[in-house]
Design a protein around this ligand. Sequence first.
Ligand code: SAM
Length: 239
Amino acid sequence: MNFHVLTLFPEMIEQGINTSITGRAIEKGLISLNAINIRDYAGNKHGQVDDYPYGGGAGMVMQPGPVYRSYESVTEKIGYKPRVIYLTPQGKVFNQSMAEEFSEEEDLVFLCGHYEGIDERVLEMIVTDNVSIGDYVLTGGELPSMVMIDAISRLVPGVLNNDVSAEFESFNDNLLEYPQYTRPASFMEREVPPILLSGNHPKVEEWRRQQSILRTMERRPDLMEKAELTKQDIKFIKS
Ligand code: SAM
């Protein structure tokens, strides 16, 4: 899986993604990161990539030319037109099922805006998906693109040491994950739930499922409407 990030701050992306699990995935060749500096495609010797908004108003707008040329550098390299994600507070809010869908792609381009955003014409020409990471406004698209790259990468086979850990976690079946415990069994007089020490795996699974349901009902009741519940789950909820 190849991530191409069009940005004015490539060093921010490289430092963030070349670390920890995603960094190891790059070393192993499971994912690749191509952070492209839009300023390299400015087309003028001052490296200017923004200008005042037509019609007036505060702030600066990123010009279409440098963005388009940086995008072309990717299509020329890979030989086809991949999906282009524009990080924008005006997009569809990112979630786990979108991460799963994007993880099927061979190449993904992330377009990071800055200042007041990007000239609308180039967005109309190249963007296939407008994605937001939440209803708040950040200074740039770099952090949102790193959030998405992280969430997508961990779904690429082999990126997590144990593939099972991506299978059973929050948002599978639209339920939150059960609570986790590790050693010591007793910590400041707080004990690990005894069932987890019992060695009885079917009972542990049943307890975890019930904890997932209880936790989702308490913390994210909105998810319960979409949760994929079994007959046994429904019986537990009614009990
Ligand atoms: N003027 C724009 C608006 O009101 O929609 C906001 C521009 S914002 C200051 C600059 C850039 O940050 C955006 O072009 C976008 O790339 C990024 N950005 C800000 N908030 C974001 C969010 N919640 N999700 C994704 N990207 C965001």
